[in-house]
Design a binder for this molecule. Structure first.
Ligand SMILES: [Zn+2]
Length: 469
């Protein structure tokens, strides 16, 4: 730090660098660090930050200092530049992370769909192999009634006692739960899942993390606030020497829209701002690397099993991300299929640099070249007819695969009341969450083929006179 540096640079960044120095010191002096291939399995800390856009983190190039502590973690970790969720909202995406199954396979596609008990979850597998398992979650839609507690000895939802998860700051409690559950004297190995929720709307402005008064400014404030509490957790774990024997994963269930394509929030579209997710994996002894092949959230669980030296159960069908003793390896792109069935009905396929989105309601296709157009502004559907046709066939073939239908959940009165208070339930108890404006207001990318633009205008005019659910 030179005297010429302005005062603000002394705050978060300086603390983070001190933390890095501390971690390095501890790691250099350590002799009993866990390594891939060791007989004893490692601890696993899985951090899911709800509604966290990859491109709003410093480690993915964001211009604001929203994530000094995650940036430090990333400097020692494998950072996946192109990780995707299979769905743009919490329930199906978290179900995919836990089961390694796509939404069509686990069957969670609408908010009242439970995670069926017969599905095998990462927590059940690790528990079977002797892991102590604990989870702290911060939203009603991950309540035990939805069966997300499968395989967890401890499943803590106490943060919900503090009030609406949309209005409270839950990161301090979740981080504190993490601190307690990762204490060295507890039984090892352990698997701890922490579900942070603060970046989700409503966006609160946090003292010390003020970026402005607009929605996106306060969203960034929520990210920085979450990052600060993660920093505390990482620092304590480093002090305890726990980063030497713990795999740490940071992932999001989906991102968030700020009118990138005309919408706000998430759930109804499959653009990059909602399904391109951050994925950072810290493995003791691994070289820090950045990998830019396409990976999916369903690859995470099999990868963790492989790192821990455990067999991968057959239901976890996606391939583990390859690695050797030195670190993760660059690999071929995984072809990712994503979908949303909650109010909207859309499918997408990401195949290398190309992405095709199919709007099943409007029978409309959007084809994007993500290498030259990462913001998805130019629909190349007409210019690249052969490619569009090939990817449409991929979506078609995928859609023809068997789907799991789940028994819609009958909620208890208490959960019903809580969801009603959050606006998830109407008077009849069967309305979809009010997370987005109705589908008919969706805007299309600015630069469209003339024929598609005309069709879109026609669709919007028609929709304006139509009542949708
Ligand atoms: Zn979510």
């Amino acid at each position: 730090m030179t005297p010429a540096n302005p005062a603000p640079a002394l705050s978060g960044r300086a603390l983070s660098l001190a933390m890095l120095a501390l971690i390095s010191l501890l790691l250099v002096g350590c002799t009993d660090r866990w390594r891939v291939g060791d007989d004893d399995p490692p601890n696993i800390l899985l951090i899911i930050v709800d509604t966290l856009r990859a491109d709003h983190l410093g480690l993915y190039g964001y211009h604001r200092d929203t994530s000094p502590n995650l940036d430090i973690l990333a400097e020692r970790s494998s950072v996946f530049e192109r990780a995707y969720s299979h769905s743009p909202w919490t329930m199906p995406s978290v179900a995919s992370i836990l089961t390694g199954l796509e939404p069509r396979e686990h069957g969670v596609s609408q908010w009242q769909d439970p995670l069926e008990r017969q599905l095998v979850t990462i927590s059940e597998v690790l528990q079977e192999h002797g892991y102590r398992t604990a989870a702290g979650v911060s939203h009603h839609i991950l309540m035990p009634e939805y069966n997300y507690d499968q395989g967890f000895e401890v499943y803590n939802t106490s943060v919900l006692d503090q009030g609406s998860p949309h209005l409270i700051a839950s990161s301090p409690s979740i981080a504190q739960f993490g601190l307690v559950q990762t204490r060295p004297r507890r039984r090892e190995p352990w698997f701890v899942l922490l579900h942070f929720f603060d970046p989700h709307a409503e966006y609160l402005d946090h003292e010390g993390h003020h970026f402005g008064d607009e929605d996106m400014d306060r969203y960034d404030s929520e990210i920085a606030f979450t990052d600060a509490h993660l920093g505390t957790l990482f620092e304590r774990m480093a002090e305890r020497g726990q980063l030497e024997k713990t795999i740490v994963v940071l992932v999001a269930d989906h991102g968030e829209e700020f009118r990138d394509h005309g919408r706000i929030m998430h759930t109804l579209t499959l653009y990059e701002e909602v399904i391109h997710i951050p994925l950072v994996v810290y493995v003791p002894g691994f070289e820090a690397r950045r990998l830019d092949h396409v990976v999916a959230e369903t690859q995470l669980a099999p990868t963790l099993f492989a790192l821990a030296g455990l067999p991968v159960p057959p239901s976890f069908g996606a391939p583990a991300i390859p690695f050797d003793k030195g670190g993760f390896l660059q690999a071929d792109d995984y072809q990712v299929h994503a979908e949303t069935r909650e109010k909207a009905n859309k499918d997408a396929v990401i195949d290398g640099d190309w992405k095709l989105i199919r709007d099943n309601k409007r029978r409309r296709f959007q084809l994007f070249d993500l290498a030259t157009d990462p913001g998805e502004k130019k629909n190349l559907r007409s210019k690249e007819r052969a490619r569009k046709g090939a990817l449409a066939s991929e979506i078609e073939a995928h859609a023809a695969l068997p789907r799991t239908e789940v028994q819609t959940l009958v909620l208890g009165e208490e959960t019903k009341e809580a969801l009603r208070a959050l606006g998830y339930l109407g008077p009849e108890g069967d309305q979809a969450p009010p997370q987005d404006p109705p589908d008919e207001t969706e805007e299309v990318p600015a630069e469209l083929d003339p024929d598609e633009a005309a069709a879109a205008v026609h669709q919007q005019r028609g929709a304006a006179n139509t009542t949708t659910q």
